[in-house]
Design a protein around this ligand. Structure first.
Ligand code: NAD
Length: 268
């Protein structure tokens, strides 16, 4: 069995900790570097990690020569980490949200031959299925709004999943020539209540809820005369993202270029 070497950026964070736990249970993937500004290697760390800790991707990649760098850091850090990995010819599996389409386009130009930059707005298989079902439903029920709900530590809004869902819905509507009946937008908001009608992503209304106790949830509500359809996915635990992360680590070394969305990397 060929073992792939993995460097993990954001290793001390919530997703990083879940990844360390998942990687520890995967025989064909070896965690060779934990990258974080803070070290998780303390007695309080929930996952015992044998791999060394580094505070920068540059040093970690130079010393450990991984096949893949997984990034679950922060919107402000991810772009620089990806640049470092691509410059070293290391395949990237990116879960960090907040990368704009323009940034991704610029990064795509920096991908060396044979190297892959894979970005997943959501690694949970259920969420990917929800996005596909939403695109399918939008052909027949083009009036739709998205509610995304996350824990109160989330740094970006709307969520990457909501942005991706809106893009897929908009693409499907356009392809099918389906026209929404429409609804009032921000012009209908009462004075003093900005945002009451949500934000717009790909011309679809997205409402962001942030509350302690939540993990990552999305509801897509379709409306048509006399009927509604609600699709909902709930990530109740970060373990929900791990099969997707491990599958991406395995698949990414066989691919090249920019790939967005788990459905474009593995067969679902
Ligand atoms: P978190 O704040 O718990 O962890 C982030 C970690 O990254 C922290 O330990 C921080 O010290 C570290 N970090 C920040 N900048 C760094 C840098 N330059 N170098 C090294 N380490 C750095 O956050 P989280 O809840 O684990 O989420 C991380 C990201 O993953 C967020 O963008 C979140 O939206 C995203 N996310 C994506 C998915 C998905 O399926 N794609 C699922 C959940 C979360």
């Amino acid at each position: 069995m060929i073992t792939k070497k993995i460097a993990l950026a954001g290793a001390a964070g919530r997703m990083g900790t879940a990844c360390r736990e998942a990687l520890a249970g995967a025989d064909d993937l070896e965690l060779v570097a934990c990258i974080d500004r803070v070290t998780g290697a303390s007695p309080a760390d929930p996952v015992a990690t044998q791999a060394p800790w580094y505070d920068s991707a540059t040093e970690a990649l130079a010393k450990t020569h991984p096949d893949v760098m997984v990034d679950f850091t922060a919107p402000a850090s991810v772009e620089a980490n990806i640049r470092t990995a691509l410059a070293a010819g290391v395949d990237c599996v990116v879960g960090t949200t907040g990368l704009s389409a323009a940034t991704l386009e610029a990064l795509a130009k920096e991908i060396p031959e044979g190297t892959c930059l894979f970005v997943a707005p959501n690694f949970a298989i259920g969420a990917v299925l929800l996005m596909q079902l939403a695109a399918r439903a939008a052909r027949w029920m083009p009036d739709v709004e998205i509610i995304e709900l996350h824990h109160n530590q989330k740094k970006d809004a709307p969520s990457g999943t909501a942005i991706r869902t809106a893009e897929l819905i908009a693409e499907a509507r356009e392809k099918a020539g389906a026209t929404a009946l429409g609804a009032p937008g921000s012009e209908s908001e009462l004075a003093g209540y900005p945002g009451a009608r949500g934000a717009r992503s790909a011309d679809i209304v997205v409402h962001s809820v942030r509350l302690p106790g939540l993990v990552a949830h999305e509801e897509v509500i379709f409306g048509a005369p006399g009927q509604t359809l609600t699709l909902r996915h709930d990530s109740l635990d970060r373990v929900s993202f791990m099969p997707g992360v491990l599958a991406a680590c395995r698949a990414v070394t066989e691919r090249s270029g920019l790939i967005v969305g788990l459905e474009n990397l593995i067969e679902l």
